[in-house]
Design a protein around this ligand. Structure first.
Ligand code: GCB
Length: 579
């Protein structure tokens, strides 16, 4: 799926700004009363893109479970008459029903990926009205997984939704990424796919384009000189003495695709990826992952796209000498992925498969678990993610889930299908999935190229006992190695830390404890030569749901939620500078 671009042919209109907004008070009243038929009434102003939860002072909106409604009026210029016009959402969390001028246009499930629909015929002359119903409800067929039920309020007797989540971040919702209207000519370039390899000093770009007309492509280097060209919908471009896309040293060529009346520019980085039994190779050189699991999260905006924040986050990652991050626990914005391509940050791209329980081993809940429908939807989400991100040089590995219950007996058949699916889509990138289970119980890492483990010794177990970290972590990592003979990546380790809380000797939640905790984990990591990297949990503090384990969110950030350093940041900076 192509990102909308503007050039001499294609135009883009961004509908970001203030929209009309209304929360449902009664379940599905907006659908029953057909709120999409007429302009919304009883509205408040709501910014787009943003989560709606923290913008107002209304607790019932922050904690709302169910549907809310957005509306925006817009015009398209008369000069677009001959064009094909498309309406595109960067993401709406988690379900969207879109109406144009009172008629349903499209539906989308999944809160972190784009969707679009051609509106050329549906547009009316003059003013148009766009209405979007948005729901944050999650069940076992959704990613992330959740459970919701309709309950009767014991005091008022009214029914309402109750939502249970099995993941550790606040269930922010709304129109989180830009809404755009873009044009193409009637005969247009539908899609492009590139993969790259090297041949000695030369780079090879395999391209294939889907278009309504004859294709001509050229490749320009960063100076604007044409270095290769080809005809036809697919082919190979040879770039002599190619500049490779390297971590921390990105180099992007522009692939210019011309199709009679259409033109599209795709930035392309030439690089190779290979995984051996103990190394992760980028351009044939061993790559050691230094970085973080992150979140798209900030005060007031929630998960809404914020380029100020994105630039700050990348500045901080460069300052601390990080070279990579994982899009825990869902795909991040396209704008962020483009920044990673430009700045040479390496990305592990994760689908929103978090909170996955397979088998009701303990019979704690009566609800269902991950099922056939989840699996089909999981595959569809992987397809959508692949379609969106396939051409990014920064994406070096797919993560198909976070901390699924992989000790459950259904996990192996389930993940066999999931891994086969992503490998069939993309044979060029390795596959991983992060693990929290005990190595002896894990059923699925045989399916993966890299074993990724999340570990919290002296935090969730052996609370306060820093001295257990080194022996336990070392043994644990060695056990994974022994069982699977694959490279091991530590994808999470971290301790909640209240910025400004200082204690000597170090105690849990103090800045000193976080420093010692990380040092001991790093000592264990350094003692294992099969470990290919360390991603600290977490880049910055972030908001979570309500639980007594969290005081105003998860505080395992190396940076605060305001993106300022805790003491550990300086220690990690020194380590990564030298590593
Ligand atoms: C994990 C999860 C992450 C949590 C983290 C924690 O294992 O993958 O989502 O936030 O632990 O802090 O407990």
């Amino acid at each position: 799926m192509l990102y909308p671009v503007e050039n001499e042919i294609r135009q883009v209109m961004d509908l970001s700004g203030i929209w009309e907004f209304r929360k449902e008070e009664k379940e599905e009243e907006g659908f029953h009363e057909k709120w999409y038929r007429k302009p919304l009434v009883h509205t408040i102003e709501m910014p787009v893109p943003a989560s709606y939860n923290d913008v107002t002072t209304d607790r019932s909106l922050r904690d709302h479970v169910g549907w809310v409604w957005y509306e925006k009026e817009f015009y398209v210029p008369d000069r677009w008459k001959e064009e094909r016009i498309v309406l595109r959402f960067g993401s709406v969390t988690h379900h969207a029903v879109v109406y144009l001028n009172g008629d349903e246009l499209m539906r989308h499930k999944g809160g972190f990926l784009p969707f679009e629909h051609e509106i050329t015929e549906a547009l009316q002359p003059g003013k148009n009205r766009l209405t979007v119903a948005v729901s944050n409800l999650l069940d076992w067929t959704c990613l992330p997984c959740g459970e919701h039920r309709i309950v009767q309020d014991e005091f008022t007797g009214e029914t309402r939704h109750e939502q249970e989540m099995h993941f550790d971040f606040f269930n922010y919702a709304g129109i989180h990424r830009p809404v755009k209207i873009y044009t193409t000519p009637m005969a247009y370039i539908h899609d492009i796919c590139v993969t790259t390899e090297t041949d000695g000093e030369d780079g090879l770009i395999h391209y294939s384009a889907e278009a309504d007309a004859q294709i001509h492509v050229t490749l320009t280097d960063a100076q604007g000189s044409i270095v290769a060209s080809a005809e036809g919908t697919s082919g190979i471009l040879r770039v002599q003495k190619a500049h490779l896309w390297n971590p921390g040293k990105a180099y992007l060529y522009d692939l210019e695709i011309y199709a009679e009346t259409d033109h599209y520019t795709l930035p392309v980085g030439i690089r190779t990826i290979r995984v051996t039994d103990r190394q992760f190779l980028i351009n044939g050189k061993p790559f050691y992952f230094k970085g973080f699991g992150k979140h798209e999260d900030s005060d007031i905006r929630g998960k809404g796209l914020d380029q100020v924040l994105n630039v700050r986050d990348f500045e901080l990652m460069k300052w601390i000498h990080a070279n990579s991050f994982r899009t825990s626990h869902y795909p991040y914005s396209e704008e962020l992925m483009q920044m990673a391509d430009r700045q040479g940050l390496v990305v592990i791209d994760e689908v929103p498969a978090v909170g996955m329980c397979f088998f009701d081993t303990h019979k704690v809940f009566t609800a269902e678990r991950v099922n056939e429908e989840t699996c089909a939807y999981h595959m569809q989400t992987l397809t959508e993610l692949y379609e969106r991100d396939k051409n990014h040089a920064c994406v070096v590995m797919w993560s198909v889930a976070n901390e699924a219950h992989t000790s459950d007996e259904e996990a192996l058949p389930y993940f066999s299908r999931i891994c086969a699916h992503i490998r069939a889509l993309d044979p060029t990138r390795p596959v991983t999935s992060t693990m929290c289970v005990d190595v002896a119980e894990d059923q699925i890492s045989q399916l993966l190229d890299v074993v990724s483990v999340n570990r919290y010794y002296s935090w969730y177990s052996d609370c306060g006992r820093i001295e257990v970290v080194y022996p336990k972590m070392k043994k644990d990592l060695e056990n994974w190695r022994e069982k699977y003979h694959k490279p091991v990546l530590v994808t999470e380790y971290g301790a909640d830390t209240i910025a400004g809380l200082h204690k000597l000797p170090e105690v849990m939640f103090s800045e000193e404890y976080q420093v010692e905790f990380l040092k001991e984990n790093n000592r264990a990591i350094d003692s294992c030569d099969f470990v290919i990297g360390e991603h600290i949990w977490c880049f910055a503090d972030f908001m979570t749901g309500y639980t007594v384990q969290r005081i105003d969110g998860n505080k395992k950030g190396i940076f605060t939620r305001e993106r300022q350093p805790k003491s550990a940041a300086f220690v990690i900076r020194q380590r990564w500078m030298e590593k």
